[in-house]
Design a protein around this ligand. Structure first.
Ligand code: ADP
Ligand code: MG
Length: 619
């Protein structure tokens, strides 16, 4: 029988190898940026067109290549970075496999220009699918420029498999961030479709983080510095109160290489234990320096995992240094959102007669009252304490501005539950005493009704009210929005931006006004009336996290989710003291809802206790 085994031609072998190294445009970006760093560049420029599908170009001012090296660099296993197997144990360059350029050249059109400092002229090489098309002597500045065009042009399946430009660009930006964060001493620029996305001058680490993630980041960074025999740690963690719903601001670098490690991530989380809410994630930007001999990075080229010799020690050191930093910088727990209700209860109400004299006094001292009253043109004259009410009551101010007959207006709309709400309402009004509501433990509102009493969960009830009001705004597309004095810039990751894009229109209908909505940044110039500016980012993060948790794929009723999420964020919390006026308003608004009995997430908003029930208990 004839022999059947043959060696694959180089270009086929290269294409196969390429499949492993280059999964998407971002992989090319990573490889080219890393080559530029290995070449000791001080300034690196990344130019991208159509999310890398048309062009990815990296221009550096590094040491360049000789003509022979330029030619050789496209051969598989051609590398200047290691020479023997021993070198593998002390790698201090990014690359060492000599695979990247060969792989990229197998599946794209590549144009390389390079010149070493001591030479007058440089070399230009053009390759298409591993075939050298031309090689010329050119005038070019010191350093190297690699332009990769029409990626996957000869592998249509791969090309079709690519995601939308937004998604692919986000992957590119993620890689760019990782490389730029690992090398603050190098200046980086990035352009996409002709516009500048990032311009990061050479700087210290703090400045680099701030330049990437926005000026607001500065105040939240807590330095972490530690040096032991086995490990050096430097960098920052975010203050607990700035923890995020998403994990987009978590960066570990080991010897300047971005890595992912669930184990070390756990060390950080445990250092933050008790300081942040469940479901929130601390931000961190940490550089670990270890002896290269103690780690194994010789694994798959595209993987970001790493093996450490002594993980347990690293874990312990990391955890205690982060704890130490948090303690040193006096980071006290900030858990305002869900405070223990007992902290807010001045004394034990049980068995005591409930009255509210202090509330009356408070109101007369309210400095905002006048402004608020005079600001209203119509008959809306509820003298709310602005500070207490600001976050919530005014989401439906827009509805009320037409007159004071909120309930009547609403009851005209609501057909389904008219019977129920009307009857409760009448009962309530049947008892026209001076005070009909009381707040219990800053959590429940007790209201007397003809048959007995009504116990309302203030947080859930308010969610219901806001939810219906938001839905209404979104449906009728009539937003009430307040202008911000200064535009608010917020940064998001690619996947977050994708979600936000789908929600943009609905957000606008609730009152958000966006002046910029691209790449990784949104700029907000208007927010729904009385949504405090300081909470906008929290609200949006909550929204993203709700959407992410609810629906893994992209088909969802955004309007409903949005209304649910916003109402949850904006609703008054348990533990929040309400004035009598606010309590009454809440009760009235609840029973003006279409479905007053359940929260948007289907939880009971109120229960009733009849006099009969009491009678039975007293038997
Ligand atoms: P590796 O980085 O693993 O060595 P690559 O295929 O990425 O493999 O690159 C092959 C070789 O080409 C490198 O070892 C280096 O000598 C040279 N090279 C690649 N890019 C550059 C660059 N931007 N500047 C100087 N030399 C480069
Ligand atoms: Mg390389």
């Amino acid at each position: 029988m004839a022999d059947i085994i043959q060696l694959l031609p180089d270009h086929v072998a290269n294409q196969i190898a390429a499949g492993e190294v280059v999964q998407r445009p971002a992989s090319v970006v990573k490889e080219l940026l890393e080559n530029a760093i290995d070449a000791e560049s001080t300034s690196i420029k990344l130019i991208v067109k159509d999310a890398g599908k048309t062009l990815i170009q990296v221009i550096d001012d590094g040491k360049g290549m000789s003509t022979t090296d330029a030619r050789l660099s496209f051969e598989r296993h051609a590398t200047s970075k290691i020479r023997s197997a021993e070198d593998l144990f002390s790698i201090n360059t990014k690359g060492f496999r000599g695979e990247a350029l060969a792989s990229i050249a197998a599946i794209a059109h590549v144009e390389l220009k390079t010149k070493q400092e001591q030479n007058e002229l440089g070399t230009q090489i053009e390759i298409e699918g591993s075939d050298i098309k031309s090689q010329e002597v050119v005038v070019t500045p010191k350093g190297t420029s690699v332009a990769v065009k029409h990626l996957f042009y000869n592998i249509p399946a791969r090309r079709n498999f690519l995601k939308s430009d937004t998604v692919e660009l986000r992957h590119i930006i993620d890689e760019f961030h990782r490389v730029a964060l690992a090398h603050p001493d190098i200046s980086f620029m990035m352009y996409h479709n002709g516009s500048e996305n990032f311009n990061l001058p050479k700087s210290n680490y703090r400045q680099r983080v701030v330049n990437i993630f926005g000026t607001k980041t500065n105040e939240k960074l807590v330095p972490v510095e530690e040096e032991t025999e086995v490990l050096k740690i430097s960098g920052f963690v975010g203050k607990p109160e700035f923890s995020r719903k998403t994990k987009t601001e978590q960066f570990f670098f080991v010897n300047n290489r971005f890595i992912k490690s669930a184990y070390l991530n756990h060390a950080i989380n445990s250092a933050f234990e008790g300081l942040i809410k469940e479901g929130s994630h601390p931000s961190y930007f940490l550089n670990l320096t270890v002896d290269p001999k103690t780690i194994d990075i010789n694994i798959h080229p595209t993987k970001t995992e790493i093996k450490f010799d002594d993980e347990h020690t690293l874990y312990a050191i990391l955890r205690s240094s982060v704890k130490h930093s948090l303690g040193q910088f006096n980071i006290a727990p900030v858990l305002d959102f869900e405070r223990d209700k007992n902290l807010d209860t001045p004394y034990n109400f049980e068995g005591k007669h409930v009255s509210n004299p202090t509330v009356e006094v408070d109101r007369s001292f309210n400095p905002f009252q006048e402004e608020r009253l005079s600001g209203k043109s119509g008959g809306f004259s509820m003298p709310y304490k602005k500070e207490a009410a600001a976050q919530w009551e005014s989401l439906y101010v827009g509805l009320e501005s037409k007159g004071t007959k909120t309930t009547q207006e609403f009851s005209e709309i609501q057909v389904e539950s008219q019977h129920e709400s009307q009857s409760l309402f009448n009962e309530k009004h049947a008892i026209e005493s001076t005070q009909t509501t009381y707040q219990l433990h800053n959590k429940y509102i007790i209201s007397t009704i003809k048959s007995g009493m009504l116990i309302i969960d203030q947080h859930r009830a308010h969610q219901r009210i806001l939810y219906e009001s938001l839905l209404k705004h979104t449906m009728i597309k009539e937003a009430v929005s307040q202008q911000l004095l200064f535009p608010l810039q917020l940064q998001f990751s690619s996947s977050e931006m994708e979600l936000l894009k789908q929600l943009k229109e609905d957000l606008e209908h609730t009152g958000f006004v966006f002046s910029k909505f691209e790449d990784s940044e949104i700029e907000i110039t208007g927010v729904p009336v009385n949504v405090p500016e300081s909470e906008v980012s929290i609200i949006l993060e909550q929204l993203i996290s709700d959407v992410e948790q609810e629906v893994p794929d992209s088909n969802f009723s955004s309007t409903d989710l949005l209304a649910k999420s916003l109402s949850k964020s904006l609703a008054i919390k348990t533990g929040h003291t309400l004035t009598n006026m606010e309590q009454e308003h809440l009760v009235n608004s609840l029973f003006a809802c279409k479905e007053p009995s359940v929260s948007p997430t289907n939880r009971t908003t109120f229960i009733t206790m009849s006099v009969d029930d009491f009678d039975k208990k007293f038997m």
